[in-house]
Design a protein around this ligand. Structure first.
Ligand code: ZN
Length: 424
């Protein structure tokens, strides 16, 4: 059985990734959890996909079990913190929670286990997200999307035979999420080059070194899962999602806060990220393709404090983004002398940026082909956006986090509108 070597000093201590890995569950439980009594948490779908089998395997190996906590298959469970709290209430103090599922079940159990101060095991059922091995759960708390701090799973089992049975859409979504490390990495390069957030080389390597190889075949679930898992540990080590997420994720967060739907169905994380990453790659290419002297001719005059405030209020007019965003967006905007200095720095670094970005980026045309081949959306309409919502989402993405990305660089350079014109 293939045990993956993990970086030291992360919360996840055991990771089995193999065909038939599920049969290793009893051995992992005995080795890592001192034979405690198991409680499986699954939904109707994931119980069928793997939960029942995990339960049988435990029984055959003489591992005691509490009755499972089964969530309904329909409507699909939501990553709602209140649901985590209610799961936590059902977890006995001496149990080992075993989350059997993909992103949502894992995040629910991650938070529930943290509430009860328990270590848990995750048995993955889809190659759909990078959150399996990340600390923190992506939750809605009182209707606001937040990352609730909580430890990553102590052990993770991913059986490629099980992953293979997940809906094709989930696999495509995971593949698109892994692709986002291309543009996310480019954003980190920008922050590094401008002296805002230096790259941490060991963590960078973990995500970026094998990225192109892991993306080379959208049907190779082992490689895609490995790539997604590596981004999870990188976030654990960096104590922030910077190594795994750039402006494409910020776009996705905006559309998520807007409760984007198509035909009454929510859009998966990876599909929103996929549309975001194509847009962001095109904006990064705008920098690569625009000569310095031409760029300088296109800049807009920086806004005054009042103009910026009005601009932000207009972008946030829907009011669904939480009250913290407007002050944050103002705080992160440089004005007057600070803005002049930032612009000088950007233009002094322009040619270095062009060179470093072209090394990092996969051309957007190729990214589009990769998404198409993986059966992920490539057009904003396919995730239920109008053109206005699409552009609005990208501009709003610049406001919602402190993380420095291509959007901040273009905004500060006075080039955001010129660059967005390439998306028209
Ligand atoms: Zn993601």
């Amino acid at each position: 059985m293939r045990y993956i070597t993990l970086p030291e000093d992360i919360e996840t201590k055991i990771f089995v990734l193999d065909s038939g890995a599920i049969t290793e569950t009893p051995a992992v439980l005995k080795k890592a959890f001192n034979n405690c009594k198991v409680i499986i948490i699954a939904d109707g779908n994931t119980w069928q996909a793997a939960g029942e089998r995990v339960s049988e395997l435990c029984k055959e190996s003489g591992i005691e079990q509490y009755p499972p906590i089964l969530l309904p298959a329909e409507p699909k469970p939501h990553p709602d913190y209140a649901l985590s709290q209610s799961i936590a209430e059902k977890l006995p103090a001496d149990c080992v929670p075993v989350a059997v599922g993909s992103g949502v079940i894992n995040d629910l159990v991650k938070c529930a286990s943290a509430i009860k101060n328990l270590r848990y095991l995750c048995v993955a059922t889809a190659c759909s997200v990078d959150g399996y091995t990340a600390s923190g759960g992506a939750m809605s708390v009182d209707n606001q999307k937040k990352t609730v701090p909580c430890p990553a799973p102590y052990a993770l089992i991913a059986d490629t035979e099980v992953l293979q049975t997940a809906p094709a859409e989930m696999m495509a979504s995971g593949y698109a999420d892994l692709m986002s490390k291309v543009t996310g990495g480019a954003d980190w390069i920008i922050a590094d080059e401008l002296g805002i957030e230096p790259i941490a080389p060991a963590i960078w390597s973990l995500v970026q070194d094998d990225l192109r190889d892991n993306l080379s075949d959208h049907t190779n679930l082992e490689k895609i899962f490995l790539g997604l898992a590596a981004t999870g540990y990188s976030m654990q080590m960096y104590h922030d999602s910077r190594p795994a997420s750039g402006a494409e994720h910020l776009c996705s967060h905006v559309w998520e806060m807007e409760h984007l739907q198509l035909n009454g169905e929510e859009i998966s994380h990876g599909f929103k990220v996929g549309i975001g990453l194509l847009a962001i790659a095109r904006l990064q290419e705008f920098v690569i393709n625009t000569p310095l002297e031409k760029a300088k001719l296109m800049v807009q005059i920086p806004p005054t404090v009042d103009e910026r405030k009005a601009e932000i209020d207009e972008l946030l007019i829907k009011g669904c983004y939480g009250s913290a965003i407007a002050p944050l967006a103002m705080e992160k905007t440089p004005f007057n002398e600070d803005m002049t200095q930032r612009r000088e720095k950007i233009f002094a670094s322009w040619q270095n940026l062009q060179q470093r970005l072209s090394q990092q980026l996969i051309p957007s045309e190729q990214l589009e082909k990769m998404l198409l081949t993986a059966h992920a959306p490539t057009e904003f309409e396919q995730i239920g956006l109008t053109f206005e919502q699409y552009i609005h989402g990208i501009k709003t993405a610049q406001l919602i986090r402190k993380r420095y990305t291509i959007l901040d660089m273009l905004y500060e350079a006075g080039l955001l509108d010129a660059a967005l014109a390439v998306l028209r």
